[in-house]
Design a protein around this ligand. Sequence first.
Ligand code: PMP
Length: 350
Amino acid sequence: MAFENVIRRVDPYVPGEQPKVKGIIKLNTNENPYAPAEGVIKAIEDLDKMDYTKYPDPEVSLLVHALAEYHGLDDDQVFVGVGSDDVISMSFLTFFNSGKPVFFPDITYSFYDVWANLYRIPFETKALTEDFRINPEDYKGENGGIIFPNPNAPTGMLESLDMIEDIVKANPDVICIVDEAYIDFGGETCLPLLDKYPNLLVVRTYSKSRSMAGMRIGYMCGSRELIKAINDVKFSFNSYTMNATSIVAGVASVEAEEYFRENIDKVIKTREWTKKELTRLGFEFPDSYANFIFAKHATVSGKDIFEALKAENIFVRHFNKPRINDYLRISIGTDEQMKTLIEKLEKIVK
Ligand code: PMP
């Protein structure tokens, strides 16, 4: 039929499974195993019932202001979206318009190529080194923009601020986006580089360190010019992206700094324990600075372990992709969950 030709066809991103059954151990989408701060729940409960009847603030001013203050920036340097997926998607649309290929690593967040394809943005992937590092020299050729996560996903590898600066400095004519979804779990943020580089954008999410994947909050920090540009695109797309409850919950999370830090410390402690146990069981992995570990066993295949864990109601993530199909990405859960995981793995890899 003729109309077949007018439809935009895309291969969608496939997120990790969200099983509906209770009682499983869910270590497959890098969620936080701990609840958000009490203040977050209270802020939602305290929302005036008439606030539900009105459209939310299209400028998300309260949350933008709280985040700007938190990071020592001005309000016009922060953009808030419906999860960082929304922020990054909108960034592809706003910032990658030169017609030249956007560069990102071959092993990285698997949504980047989906957005590039959706918006018909040419891209080139740059192979990580054998030990999953970014080679900055790969990012110095002519390009239409650069994006990578730091720490990278799904590897958990952290790159240094010097290396990031090297890339941003070498690319003054394009926009460089650093996706810091996992930076709170032990990495050094590149936010201080914003003062020096107006072509740099830093993306953050509430879904991991802030325990609020269900609220869908993400944001981006950068120069006024770039933040204005992405706001203009957002207002050309949908004025009311952030709902009223997410806005107040987001502000309350920023106000609960002590609780936030305690939560992160717990996850890091459990991660370090899990690393030792995985090593004992014959796994190897790049040293993770995120809330997950990307591990491969010396003798048992990633797919076999994935299936065996699933049969035990433990969900981890397996990517059926070249170079990484023997790895499993294991999110860090509670101590108890990780102990159960290690007990099961002990039997599986024997
Ligand atoms: N960036 C990276 C590197 C991620 O792993 C994720 C989580 N899937 C996201 C962005 C998106 O997270 P969210 O939309 O929940 O903020």
